[in-house]
Design a protein around this ligand. Structure first.
Ligand SMILES: Nc1ncnc2c1ncn2[C@@H]1O[C@H](COP(=O)(O)OP(=O)(O)OP(=O)(O)O)[C@@H](O)[C@H]1O
Length: 264
């Protein structure tokens, strides 16, 4: 088990942002976390990353508790979980070249900086971008650099916070395919925070639905999207035309098959 969260609670003053969440992710799993704005997704992710302490509950990374570690151990454990943000331009230092941006985490992880080109190749970028600054890259290229930086320290879990929503639709697909490709060739697991249920259908193995700080439903993606149990999940799905066949249409009809196939 790469991530094991138990009974996690996070309050800010009198406001409860995360209200007793259990969540586990195994090696190689793509786990999507969906829910409306303010439901607590980012707060949960920040607790998982060790950026903020939970009010109560536990987070274990690869079997080790995040709480109560000495600084050095915590740093090592934190390498295991990396994050990629929504807006790559904001996440990358504008004064650093791509070479410097990727060398920085390699150095931090004690790896040779000569690996920079290999790291670039891994995310589908040519060596010609090495001397460029973020503003000289496209949004998709920037996001690839951000992913390369996250991968450089050898994480087991990548938290992706709306990783494609700032990108053009065609570039979104390329980044999603890159993530699938990375997963195919490693045991890397993903916690994918997204509003896009089409993306969930396309790449997630399991999905958790968050509402007012609680996980109201968790299960294999097809099961949750095709037979949602919680009324909130149903409402989310009903808001996206074509994601789920209407209740009175058997899933086996050609129309329903087309609606679902369009998202594949
Ligand atoms: N540092 C903070 N101080 C006070 N309240 C906070 C803080 N961080 C988050 N909150 C509150 O906690 C709740 C959950 O916020 P969070 O950002 O986790 O939601 P979210 O599901 O990630 O939303 P979005 O999809 O818009 O990013 C919100 O009501 C938010 O205002």
């Amino acid at each position: 088990m790469i991530l094991d969260v138990q009974q996690l609670v996070k309050t800010f003053g009198s406001h409860t942002a995360v209200a007793g969440v259990d969540l586990n992710i195994t090696a190689g799993e793509v786990h999507a976390l969906v829910g409306e704005s303010g439901s607590g997704k980012t707060t949960l992710a920040r607790c998982v990353l060790g950026l903020i302490p939970p009010t109560s509950g536990t987070v274990h990374i690869a079997g080790r508790p995040l709480a109560g570690l000495r600084r050095k151990e915590l740093r090592r454990l934190r390498h295991q979980v990396q994050i990629v943000f929504q807006n790559p331009y904001a996440a990358l230092n504008p004064r650093m070249t791509v070479r410097q941006l990727i060398a920085e985490p390699l150095r931090e992880a004690g790896r040779p900086v000569t690996d920079v080109t290999a790291e670039l190749e891994r995310v589908g970028l040519p060596a010609t971008v090495l001397t460029r600054y973020p503003h000289q890259l496209s949004g998709g290229q920037c996001q690839r650099v951000a992913i390369a930086r996250a991968l450089a320290v050898g994480p087991s879990l990548l938290v992706l916070d709306e990783p494609t929503s700032a990108l053009d639709v065609s570039v979104q697909a390329q980044i999603l395919n890159l993530l699938l490709d990375l997963r195919e060739h490693s045991d890397l697991a993903f916690l994918l925070i997204t509003h896009d249920l089409g993306v969930v259908r396309h790449i997630a193995d399991r999905v958790s639905v968050m509402l007012h700080g609680e996980l109201v439903e968790t299960g294999p993606t097809a099961q949750v999207l095709d037979s949602p149990q919680h009324p909130y999940t149903r409402r989310l799905l009903d808001a996206v035309p074509g994601l789920r066949p209407p209740d009175d249409t058997p899933p086996s009809t050609p129309a329903a098959a087309t609606a679902q196939g369009a998202l594949q």
